[in-house]
Design a protein around this ligand. Structure first.
Ligand code: JAH
Length: 244
């Protein structure tokens, strides 16, 4: 999988060099390229934004640098091995986007080439989206939740981690992926590890639930499923709608 990120803060994406993602890059499983949008400006101040037409607070990202950046990235990616010739999916993190869920992460993990475009300020001139669509480029706006950040970079880090960990070979033990609660559609059951009895700093002796020490897998599975249902009903009843 090739991942390109276009941003005015490439340093924000430095964590992509680390740990899981970093190892996947070392293993050649993913290929990450960062592009500074300001490299596609031609004025002394490397201007990427301007005031909103029609008035309003804040600034809007100008269309010209984006068009130049996409032209460069689309051209550079196409030159790679043949599976890059597949058309890329361009993802704009955006509060007005479709919810980014585990299902979406699974779908994105199938793509051979993702291009993340990080907006800043109040957002990007609408004509950039129209232009890309007219060029036949597949575009998705994805939201991580109903809150506004100062830009898309943090969302790209989150989405990249959720997607890349699903790419075969990236996570050592695929079991830990399948087990994922959001794959079951329910919230994760309570987790425990050793010691079986922990005396916390306040002097309270806290034991692991007996059933988990029974070695009786059917009972353990039943207990875990019941706890998942309980938690989901309490914290995310919306996930239970439409379930049998
Ligand atoms: N849903 C998380 C999210 C994603 C992106 C942005 C954002 C903010 C400013 C400019 C461009 C994108 N905010 C929140």
């Amino acid at each position: 999988m090739r991942i390109d990120v276009i941003t005015i803060f490439p340093e924000y994406l430095a964590p992509l060099e680390l740990s899981l993602i970093g190892k996947a890059r070392m293993d050649g499983l993913i290929d990450v390229h960062l592009h500074n949008l300001r490299d596609y400006t031609h004025d002394r101040h490397r201007t990427v934004d301007d005031t909103p037409v029609g008035g309003g607070a804040g600034m809007v990202m100008k269309p010209e640098p984006w068009a130049e950046a996409f032209a460069d990235v689309l051209a550079s990616g196409k030159g790679e091995s043949d599976d890059r010739s597949a058309s890329p999916l361009v993802i704009f993190p955006n509060p007005a986007g479709e919810p980014f869920t585990q299902r979406a992460a699974e779908q994105r993990a199938e793509e051979p080439w993702l291009i993340f475009a990080c907006g800043r300020y109040e957002g990007i001139d609408e004509r950039v989206y129209e232009y890309l669509a007219d060029q036949g480029v597949r575009v998705a706006l994805s939201s991580l939740g109903d809150y506004v950040l100062n830009g898309g970079e943090v969302a790209v880090l989150a989405m990249t981690e959720a997607i890349v960990r699903l790419v075969p070979g990236v996570v050592g033990n695929p079991e830990s992926i399948v087990e994922e609660s959001h794959t079951s559609g329910l919230l994760e059951y309570p987790l425990y590890t050793k010691p079986a009895r922990w005396t916390s700093p306040d002097g309270v002796q806290r034991d692991v639930p007996e059933v988990l020490l029974s070695g009786h897998h059917a009972r353990i599975q039943k207990w875990r499923h019941e706890r998942s249902l309980e938690r989901t009903a309490e914290r995310r009843p919306d996930l239970l709608e439409g379930r049998e």
